[in-house]
Design a protein around this ligand. Sequence first.
Ligand code: NAG
Ligand code: NAG
Ligand code: NAG
Ligand code: NAG
Length: 407
Amino acid sequence: MAEATAFLPSMLMLILLLFSIVDEARCYGDKEVLSIQVFQLKELKHFTKCHPQKSRKNNGAIIFEMKHWDYCHGQFKNWDEKVENRLAFDESRAKSLQLHIRNAVDSAKIEVENNTQIPLTSGIKLQTLNYIVTVQLGGRKMTVIVDTGSDLTWVQCTPCVFCYDQQDPLFNPSLSRSYQSILCNSSTCQSLQFATGYSGICSTNQPACNYVVNYGDGSYTRGELARDQLNLSSTLVEGFIFGCGRSNEGLFGGASGIMGLGRNQLSLTSQLSPIFGGVFSYCLPSTDADGSGSLMLGSDSSLYKNFTPIIYTNLITNPQLSNFYILNLTGISIGGVALEDPAVFGKNGILIDSGTVISRLVPSVYNAMKTEFLKQFSGYPQRRRSQSSTPASTSQITVKWTYQHCN
Ligand SMILES: *[C@@H]1O[C@H](CO)[C@@H](O)[C@H](O)[C@H]1NC(C)=O
Ligand SMILES: *[C@@H]1O[C@H](CO)[C@@H](O)[C@H](O)[C@H]1NC(C)=O
Ligand SMILES: *[C@@H]1O[C@H](CO)[C@@H](O)[C@H](O)[C@H]1NC(C)=O
Ligand SMILES: *[C@@H]1O[C@H](CO)[C@@H](O)[C@H](O)[C@H]1NC(C)=O
């Protein structure tokens, strides 16, 4: 029996998450086009408090326990609300990345989807950053959101001008003996421009370097650029550069801030590259309260190689998007049928972002994929999706699928 909440895996999440829940399933002939993975958002009952995540050291690598964001965030009332919220947040996240790309790249050269509308709600974007780890900064435990799509690591700091609610106490620089402000005339302050898109802000009466990160959807963090000791499972990193956020707006799910794992020299990955070689890997956890993944710093592949076969591919670099991790999208096939889109495959890359839930494709590829998908599912009943239940972010998708895996 197919579950009422069954979804197709991986790439097809793109379509199927938008296609809502199957609330009725009949066996239709004996077709078996795709194998179906049961995907259920389980109700979490014991996640009101976000406990610090563990970390351990193994052969010079650090392995952080990583949890899904839901684990330490308030409950949604029901499944539909949860999915719709997730979609809306995800759309915002994608929008802000697209904005970033548009600003960085000659817009004539890149096809950016912009036919969906999402209100630019302040702070909504970072709710989609799904994974948290705990690090020790300046002697305090900080639970931060892992983000491969940004660079500057920051935490909320006292004295705070505006801080959102978080679960751990705010970072208090005056309690840390190793805390140091970064001076405005330093080259580190100047490097902010490349990491955040905004140069350091200096004032005449104080020497500190002030940073701004605007995430494109109204959410932001502002504060002082600083250094302090980072303790990663007893590997001590002196003078780690981070943002001491004094004005932070956004729904960051009760976390203390962001861990920026991008490619810029200010990212945690780059700052720690003398120790870990600039290598990190992660295994993403499920949304279950007991679902635990890991984030590993360091290149000892023997630590994960035994669990699952690994396929390697080179990252590609785009000088205008040098802070992002980009893969070469060389093709897509559905049910063994390769899509033909020579205009995009092998040319534009696909951006890897830990914060985006639903894979997104440029309209030309998406439409080709949808057409092929519809063709292969033509033997299955289709229904129109009712307008009222369509979140704004999914308004371009109007069909609803009914399918069942028949034995
Ligand atoms: C995106 O929107 C702008 C202005 O609203 C329009 O000029 C442009 O053609 C749109 N691009 C796509 C790919 O739809
Ligand atoms: C930066 O300014 C401080 C005084 O605020 C001064 O002591 C220091 O030498 C300056 N550093 C550079 C690199 O100019
Ligand atoms: C670093 O963290 C470990 C626990 O992970 C702790 O045992 C150790 O005392 C810490 N070191 C410092 C200098 O804070
Ligand atoms: C991406 O892959 C295509 C097809 O294999 C290849 O022709 C192209 O050179 C690759 N691009 C980069 C930047 O590696």
